[in-house]
Design a protein around this ligand. Sequence first.
Ligand SMILES: Cc1ncc(COP(=O)(O)O)c(C=O)c1O
Length: 392
Amino acid sequence: MKYNFDEIIDRRGTSCLKYDFGMKRKGRSDLLPMWVADMDFKLPDEILEDLHKRIDHGIFGYTDPLDDYFEALNHWFSTRYGYTVKPEWVTLGACLVYGVHISVQAFTQPGDGVMVMQPVYYPFSEAIKQNGRKLVNCQLKYDGAYSIDFEKMEKQMKEENVKVLIFCSPHNPVGRVWTKEELEKVGDLCLKYDVIWMVDEIHCDFVFPGHKFTSVFNLDEKYQKNLAMYTSPGKTFNVAGLQSANIIIPNPELRAKFKQANTSAGYSQANVMGQVAIKSCYTKGAEWVDQLVEYIWGNVCYMKDFVEKNFPKAHFVDPDGTYLTWVDFSGYGLSDEDLEHLMVEEAKLWLDSGAIFGPETKQFERFNLGCPRSVVEQAMKQLKAAFDARGL
Ligand SMILES: Cc1ncc(COP(=O)(O)O)c(C=O)c1O
């Protein structure tokens, strides 16, 4: 490989949420952090050079995207996924979660139903609850693998005043990369019941062999009537700290509603370094991402093999994509508290407990594999030692 993803880079002392503030929050420094979706890899030189160049200019005033910004977005979207968007469809935002909150405010009224499919990235539920909307959960079906409960979705859309569906594609934490057919079925239900389809595609670049990412912009144009798509290189290039996202809304009426709420929130110009990063990542980062995804796939295969050999009562949910893995420990029959104790106090791992993604997945743990292989190996070693010590 041209790029070295094995390198361990000390992130402590860099105001890093995953290590510094994370540790401060937990009040300890002995845990191996594999929680928040933040990777431990350094950007390649070709992108760092662009950031350095902009810093050397020395002036960091207000900014507004020019043509080259939209050309960079479309370069990425077209070369990797075969679609383009019109520049006027795109609104810049501080981050995806910000865009989701603003959209919930813009597209719904207090008390309206907003659908999510748990287990799912928990800030979706927070955006619904914090804005006084009603959370309608169309729980994913689970039989060792995950699928969408279309029957339930239709019933809820019909009966529960659902105005918006917040949809994660690919799906964090279960790792599903939805097929074109699944997306069309969801899109058809949204059209039928006049539900605005908010689609978060932030994990789109992490797709494993045998699977293919389909963007909502690869689907028939009819779905664009009530569509809002959210994306950024935040996960792919780990530039979340540069606080930049793109909210893409083709329908002008829907877009006007979003822009109105965005302006009311006081947001005006985007982050200048974020824009430099987006342009550079999306025009120069393809080879790095290809190798990164291959590396992460190696991490996933390593962990799957280890879990299957060493934790016979656990179930490793095969991910189609993302750098997150999702493991079901319910087979061990531990209480929720005991499982948490085992992970934190005995295995000394800081994971994201399944409880935060929905009430039905307290026996699951989410592992972040966006790290050097040796870190995954160390985590598995610690987990095995903890299970062995208990004779599990
Ligand atoms: C599905 C999903 N959406 C959004 C985000 C966060 O995006 P941002 O940092 O731009 O708010 C994450 C981060 O983990 C995520 O997994």
